[in-house]
Design a binder for this molecule. Structure first.
Ligand code: EPZ
Length: 432
């Protein structure tokens, strides 16, 4: 079993290029089966979640040709099953996007009901509410969601919560419905806009994506397309915090600075310099960082997917900071791991109270989920001595070649099998 081993205490320097957005790609690959023509998707992140989604699509009969690690050709004309097994949902919740895609195209779909996950219970009542409003009957039996409709009819849907998943799923189903659908209080995240732009590139008629009212005029069918996915806002933010926490100087390339505004604002508030260019940001920090409070919110608020990385940056800052998680009820599990590295951090309700310390010390820590895992890597890069991060498979779900990209910035970090004592000694010798 592989882990990351990190020797901390070095400032990150240099350039890193950001890959395609995981949370856009998962929606776009699902939507790609909604046409019988061929679709080419480029700038895909080479991460495990994408591999699982492509397997799920292949499993129902779509033709999937991998052009290279970042591009794929998909043809959904030979789909012969409308049922997505638990095996896929268990690995990635986002395979529930195939519910909206199949229901929209075939007026019939069956997907295993996603359970909760490490960060929270994550109900899908808003998705179901939207499908029922469009005229589908939705049943949950034997752990499966069955959605079926003679026809889907455009309608007005008000989301009780600006859910990313529900907005994307309903948007897909409504694309091939009769008439106009209005989704009110829709999510505004960049990946929602990217999925809408992709659907429009296939001939859909979606207006208002990126605002809290999306208007979809149903069309008879969708056609083929070639589409490149937007850069990953959260991967970019993670490298921005790694640069700041290690007091480094890093140019983060292939980003859309507008998508990073909430992250940039908080970095500037704690004394980090962030220079914006057309498709890059330069993050430099030299002095001890300041403290601040954050509260996670839907876009354009501070993203919940950046919350653990922000905390990992604040544990060595000056003064007391409060990090409040409002989106998911179980997303502070990294706190005990940071405390093992000498951080002064505790949970009160849905907040982490952080009193900045002058330094961290390396330790063996375990990633409780994807973003918390990335935060522990940042803490390991700051800490004195060696840190071992276990459960890296969580991190590899959302970060392409994470350790290689960090090495490119001068980090002393490797992915090795910890049971392999020789490899551990060799690494420690090499870096001592
Ligand atoms: C997406 O999850 C992302 N996942 C998450 O990123 C991200 O944290 C989240 O949006 C918020 O930005 C993907 O895009 C694949 P939501 P999603 O529906 O769609 C509640 C990562 O690290 N809710 O916007 O599941 C829900 O419980 C992942 O990359 C309902 O109550 O998030 C939560 O409290 C982790 N009923 C809130 O809404 C519903 O039907 C926001 O969830 C749907 C959601």
């Amino acid at each position: 079993m592989e882990q990351y081993i990190i020797k901390g205490g070095k400032a990150l320097h240099g350039e890193v290029s950001i890959g395609g957005a995981k949370n856009a790609a998962l929606g776009i690959l699902s939507a790609a089966i909604m046409t019988d023509e061929t679709v080419t998707v480029e700038n895909l992140p080479d991460i495990s979640d994408i591999k699982v989604m492509l397997q799920a699509i292949e499993e129902i009969g779509a033709k999937v040709d991998r052009i290279n690690e970042h591009s794929v050709r998909i043809n959904g004309s030979k789909i012969d099953s409308m049922s997505i097994d638990y095996e896929f949902i268990r690995k990635i919740r986002a395979s529930y996007y195939l519910l909206g895609a199949l229901l929209g195209k075939y007026k019939k779909a069956q997907v295993a009901l996603p359970g909760g996950c490490n960060i929270g219970s994550r109900p899908i009542d808003q998705h179901i509410k939207g499908f029922e409003a469009l005229g589908a009957s939705v049943k949950i039996e034997h752990g499966m969601i069955q959605a079926e409709a003679k026809e889907l009819k455009g309608t007005h849907i008000y989301l009780d919560i600006a859910s990313v998943g529900a907005t994307i799923n309903i948007m897909m189903a409504a694309c091939l419905a009769d008439g106009v659908t209005i989704i009110e209080n829709s999510a505004k995240e960049p990946h929602v806009v990217d999925v809408a732009n992709f659907l429009n590139s296939m001939g859909a008629s979606i207006k208002g994506a990126g605002t809290d009212v999306i208007r979809i005029k149903g069309v008879k069918s969708l056609s083929g397309s070639e589409y490149a996915i937007i850069p990953d806002q959260i991967e970019a933010g993670t490298f921005m915090f790694a640069a700041a926490a290690t007091k480094g100087d890093v140019l983060i390339k292939n980003v859309i600075p507008k998508h990073l505004e909430a992250i940039t604002a908080k970095l500037i508030e704690i004394g980090v310099s962030v220079e914006e260019y057309d498709d890059a940001v330069r993050v430099t920090a030299s002095d001890r960082l300041g403290h601040t409070n954050i509260k996670t919110l839907p876009y354009p608020g501070f993203p919940t997917d950046m919350q653990p990385q922000m905390a990992a940056t604040l544990v060595t800052s000056e003064g007391t900071s409060i990090v409040t998680e409002t989106m998911f009820e179980n997303r502070l599990k990294y706190v005990d791991e940071l405390a093992r590295m000498g951080a002064s951090i505790k949970v009160e309700g849905n907040s982490a109270i952080i009193v900045g310390v002058s330094g961290l010390t390396g330790a063996i820590v375990s990633a409780p989920d994807l973003r918390a895992g990335a935060a522990l890597v940042i803490a390991g890069l700051v800490a004195e001595g060696f840190t071992i991060v276990e459960q890296v498979e969580f991190i590899e779900r959302g970060y392409e070649h994470f350790e290689r990209k960090m090495q490119g910035l001068g980090a002393t970090m490797a992915k090795i099998d910890i049971e392999d004592e020789k490899a551990v000694q060799k690494f420690k010798l090499k870096v001592s």
